[in-house]
Ligand binder design. Structure first.
Ligand code: MG
Length: 163
């Protein structure tokens, strides 16, 4: 199984000069088409923002119906104070939850690939420690041993990388 996990802020959307345009509905399907073309079996959102923030952005990007679940700081709050990235407790919970939801919790992890897209190095460091494939979304990002790939934006990451 090929599973994609996307951060929201500065990964799926780039924050502009106080713009809230990422909350307004749009008919643009470019990102949706790109994600579809990669043939992921499951897609999840993992944000330190709220569930509602993730929901609104997914609606804006026309990918909400493709997303199996949105993990946010509010619906992970039962893990407080370790509910947010980059804590290992948060990542372990999300990893188990994704694998349960996908029906692969008891499988050999090597038979499945989880691709994690995030703009913060520290988040990728924890993600790598639990066996995820790590993709840094950051202009001029610096390579580290826990980072598998670096792209300046989500579009390049989806276009150029073979999943
Ligand atoms: Mg981010």
């Amino acid at each position: 199984m090929k599973i994609a996990v996307f951060d929201v802020d500065d990964t799926l959307i780039i924050h502009g000069q106080g713009s809230k345009s990422y909350y307004t509905p749009s008919t643009n399907t470019f990102l949706r088409d790109l994600i579809e073309s990669k043939g992921f079996d499951k897609i999840y959102i993992y944000t330190n923002g709220t569930y509602g923030h993730g929901y609104s952005v997914c609606k804006h990007l026309n990918i909400y119906d493709k997303v199996s679940f949105i993990y946010g700081r509010d619906n992970l709050s039962f893990l407080y104070p370790n509910h947010m990235k980059p804590t290992i407790e948060s990542f372990k919970y999300v990893n188990d939850s994704i694998k349960t939801d996908s029906g692969i919790i008891n499988d050999n992890p090597e038979n499945h690939q989880i691709y994690f897209f995030d703009d913060l190095d520290v988040n990728l460091k924890t993600a790598k420690s639990i066996g995820w494939n790590t993709i840094l979304i950051k202009p001029n990002g610096k390579k580290e041993n826990y980072i598998d790939h670096i792209f300046s934006n989500i579009y390049s990451a989806l276009l150029q990388l073979e999943y």
